[in-house]
Write a protein that binds this ligand. Structure first.
Ligand SMILES: [Zn+2]
Ligand SMILES: [Zn+2]
Length: 198
């Protein structure tokens, strides 16, 4: 199989377009294979995300909602794109250049610069309203959380936290303990308006 440049007709082996990569033909045109668009935002009950390195705060907020959102500091575009396609994730990015350089089946260009607005945008675009699941996922590493028996939490949290909370969760990957503390109330208020069912 080969892909022919629509400008000059030169043919290129399709391996060069792996994972949607594009490149400049000798004639000066950017060429690439068109992706198969087999998914649309809002069309999946549980979309999963691969978040661009620039959008770390958005990734954390998505995890607060219980959504599966991978993120890695400084991840090169090629790895982001490859991993996203390997795992059928939606790439979330504000980088238009990435859309020129890669033609991928699942990508959403994030418009806002503000993390809360970005979250609102994703919730609307992917029809996630009313589907919040706090304490479903570790905000630091994205792993699904597990309930932690209260007696086991005693040794893991400050005494005042232990005394003031009945429910605890543990991240099995990074070992972080979660509880319904004041930070959660603040998150809830932030999210309440955003996530209330219509
Ligand atoms: Zn050409
Ligand atoms: Zn974790």
């Amino acid at each position: 199989m080969a892909v022919a440049c629509p400008g000059c007709g030169r043919a290129y082996a399709d391996e060069r377009f792996a994972f949607g990569r594009t490149f400049w033909c000798a004639c000066g045109r950017r060429i690439g294979a068109e992706p198969v668009r087999d998914a649309r935002p809002g069309g999946e009950p549980e979309p999963r995300f691969a978040v661009d390195a620039m959008l770390g705060r958005l990734a954390r907020w998505l995890r607060v909602l219980g959504l599966d959102a991978t993120w890695r500091a400084g991840v090169p575009d090629a790895e982001l794109v490859r991993d996203a396609q390997d795992e059928a994730r939606w790439i979330l990015t504000r980088d238009r250049r990435l859309l020129d350089e890669w033609r991928v089946p699942r990508v959403h260009l994030v418009a806002s610069e503000d993390p809360h607005e970005q979250l609102r945008e994703i919730v609307e675009a992917f029809a996630l309203r009313g589907r919040v699941r706090p304490f479903a996922r570790c905000t630091r590493c994205n792993a699904p959380l597990e309930p932690l028996a209260r007696e086991r939490a005693a040794a893991r949290v400050p005494p005042r936290v232990f005394a003031g909370n009945d429910r605890f969760w543990l991240c099995p990957r990074c070992d972080r303990v979660y509880w319904e503390g004041s930070h959660v109330e603040r998150m809830r208020r932030t999210l309440a308006d955003l996530l209330a069912p219509d």
